[in-house]
Design a protein around this ligand. Structure first.
Ligand code: UDP
Ligand code: MG
Length: 330
């Protein structure tokens, strides 16, 4: 098995998981060796302070397929995934939690599904082993995310996924957004599949999250939804509402001006005046905001040379293909 060019890269973020590392490495090795394809394991130490690092380095020293990526401080799970993505070398990226709640034995199943031709295969923790206080908000969150993003999955929170590396390399993740990887990637036109995976209770170490995460996830959902729908054309959203509000305000003000000027009616004390002025100004600001947002989008795309589309492939002209075929194989 070549160590130089792994086909599979496993990325695992770790924050204070010292007691899980030995079993994690053992289970990963068993599962990946069973698969019989060259692989690497990228263990991302997200600023652990419980001695995880020493154990990680010991594992790395003993196993040439393991690489440890050490972040300078605790940046959070999403950033740790991003860091890992920037350093993977394989064609297929497997993501997983490192607390053994995800079962490495499921990896071959994900890879097999991906090899059917999908761009991303997401794990679905059909029987989730977390306390009810965690499962309930997740249940709601999953339904809201499904409805809002139009990317329909059962389980957005499951870290265990298999993704083609060209998809991963194009992702930019912020906040708590690793759970929106399928939604963010849907912008690129990826094909998605979902497979049920094993889930186990956490036996060692502590969960890093509480209820506060639900709120953060919902806020991130706004961002994702907005970027997906209007990321390259914000003026359409702001402009539409701005025109509606401004137009209504204008009509109201025109009416009030008419009765004041031609029917000599007093309008100063009328609530309608306030409403009209408010709608008109709001509309004006919204249109302006839309234009500013348009400029930001252009700066974003043009300064970074980022196109507003993603190419899957450009078929070469027929002649070039012929020549390619006629070339003697060496
Ligand atoms: N994690 C991380 N950085 C953080 C928080 C968590 O790298 O700031 C890792 C953690 O070590 C684990 C995974 O992310 O491997 C999932 O975390 P956890 O098990 O606490 O989440 P839960 O399963 O409770 O949702
Ligand atoms: Mg966990």
């Amino acid at each position: 098995m070549s160590l130089l060019s792994p086909r599979i890269s496993v990325v695992i973020p770790l924050y204070n998981e010292a007691d899980n590392l030995a079993d994690l490495h053992r289970e990963l090795t068993a599962s990946l060796q069973g698969l019989g394809q060259p692989y690497e394991v990228l263990l991302v130490d997200d600023g652990s302070r419980d001695g995880s690092l020493e154990r990680l380095l010991a594992i790395e020293a003993a196993d040439p397929r393991v690489r440890v990526l050490r972040l300078r401080r605790n940046f959070g799970q999403t950033a740790a995934f991003s860091a890992g993505f920037d350093h993977v070398r394989g064609e297929i990226v497997i993501t997983s939690d490192g607390d053994l709640q995800n079962d490495p034995a499921d990896i071959p199943k994900l890879v097999a599904k991906l090899d059917e031709g999908y761009d991303m295969v997401c794990g679905w923790r059909k029987e989730r082993r977390d306390p009810f206080s965690r499962r309930l908000p997740s249940w709601f969150a999953n339904r809201i995310i499904s409805a809002a993003t139009g990317v329909h999955l059962h389980d957005y929170g499951c870290s265990l996924k298999a993704i083609r590396s060209e998809v991963v390399k194009g992702l930019r993740l912020y906040g708590e957004m690793h759970r929106f990887i399928p939604a963010v990637a849907s912008w690129m036109g990826v094909t998605l599949a979902e497979v049920p995976v094993n889930h186990r209770p956490r036996t060692r170490g502590r969960s890093k999250y509480g209820l506060g995460r639900t709120v953060r996830v919902m806020l991130d959902l706004f961002t994702v939804k907005f970027l997906l729908a209007y990321g390259t054309r914000p003026a359409h959203l702001f402009g539409l509402w701005g025109l509606a509000s401004g137009g209504l305000g204008f009509l109201i003000l025109a009416y009030l001006a008419y009765i004041r000027l031609f029917e000599d009616t007093a309008i100063a004390g009328r609530p309608l005046l306030l409403l009209g002025a408010l709608l008109f100004l709001t509309g004006l600001f919204m249109v302006g905001l839309g234009l500013v947002a348009e400029m930001l989008v252009r700066i974003y795309h043009e300064s970074q040379g980022k196109p507003t589309y993603v190419v899957r492939e450009l078929t070469p002209p027929a002649a070039a293909r012929e020549r390619e075929r006629a070339r003697p194989v060496r």
